[in-house]
Write a protein that binds this ligand. Structure first.
Ligand code: COA
Length: 255
């Protein structure tokens, strides 16, 4: 059985980290595969929203520490390893469709990076968060730290990173790390994904590009203008106006 499962149904893809006996710890090979999978969603016209979750009781206990000697032994291997982690995070962050992390059980370290790379985080009460890098003498990566900063602010980000302490789902809702607490996080995420999947893909792609650029402080306004123009000359813009006139739901194609 593969360590990453991908199911596609009714326009929604569900990506599952699938090593439940190891609490879904993410191996080097999995970081690389996640990057490929999420890049592929970008050009998959059938997919309108993506959920990222873990098999069994946990989202993930983070990077697979048991293989660190082999794949993250010294500075050079560590740098190569972090490139793979960031590539996975960036592929999730940049895919032009809504992404939702579905969280229960442990969500630690590198797994927090995966969750923070999604547009939204929906958790159950069982979820436990933490970034224990200070227990391993690892500096949490630049890309992941920027995401943490933009979600929780500078003081809370420092508290989380300096203390390496775990925090609960309630605390995560309070500090902005997650945006919803639900009895059934998968059901809540599917509801949200289905509602977004019905909307105009070019609107969501443009909004995501602009907001991610704002959050990262590197908005490419020329590209944003191009996306705005593309939406304004699209089939879907004509369809949206036609559907409004005919008092029926629009049928968007993403072009
Ligand atoms: N990397 C590799 N293996 C991991 C892992 C990780 N990050 N997290 C859990 N596992 C493995 C355990 O080694 C154990 O394997 P084993 O059954 O072969 O001994 C199995 O998953 C179950 O975990 P276990 O530690 O027995 O469960 P627990 O309930 O006692 O503790 C954690 C769960 C998550 C608190 C604990 O496993 C832990 O601290 N993991 C490391 C978390 C971490 O530092 N992550 C950051 C990495 S960047």
């Amino acid at each position: 059985m593969s360590d990453i499962l991908v199911e596609k149904s009714d326009g929604i893809a569900i990506v599952t980290l699938n090593r439940p006996k190891q609490r879904n710890a993410v191996t080097y090979a999995m970081w690389c595969e996640l990057a490929e999978r999420f890049r592929a969603f970008d050009t998959d016209a059938d997919i309108r929203a993506i959920l990222l979750t873990g098999a069994g009781a946990d989202f993930s206990a983070g990077a697979d520490i048991s293989e660190f000697d082999a794949v993250r032994g010294g500075a050079e291997e560590s740098a190569r390893y972090e490139v793979a982690v960031d590539a996975a995070g960036d592929a999730i962050y940049e895919v032009s469709k809504p992404t939702i992390a579905v969280l229960r059980g442990y969500c630690l370290g590198g797994a927090a990076h995966l969750a923070m790379s999604c547009d939204f985080r929906i958790a159950e009460e069982s979820a436990v968060f933490g970034i224990p890098a200070a227990r391993l003498s690892i500096v949490y990566g630049v890309s992941a730290t920027k995401k943490l900063f933009s979600l929780v602010g500078v003081t809370e980000a420092k508290r989380i990173l300096y203390s390496a302490k775990r925090f609960t789902a309630d605390e995560a809702l309070g500090n902005g790390f997650i945006d919803e607490l639900a009895d059934d996080a998968t059901a809540a995420a599917l509801d949200r994904a289905n509602a977004m999947a019905a909307n105009a893909p070019l609107t969501i792609r443009g909004a995501k590009f602009i907001l991610n650029g704002c959050a990262r402080g590197n908005l490419d306004e020329t590209e944003a203008d191009r996306l705005i123009d593309e939406a304004s000359s699209s089939h879907d813009y004509a369809e949206g106006r036609k559907a409004f006139g005919e008092k029926r739901p629009p049928r968007f194609r993403g072009r």
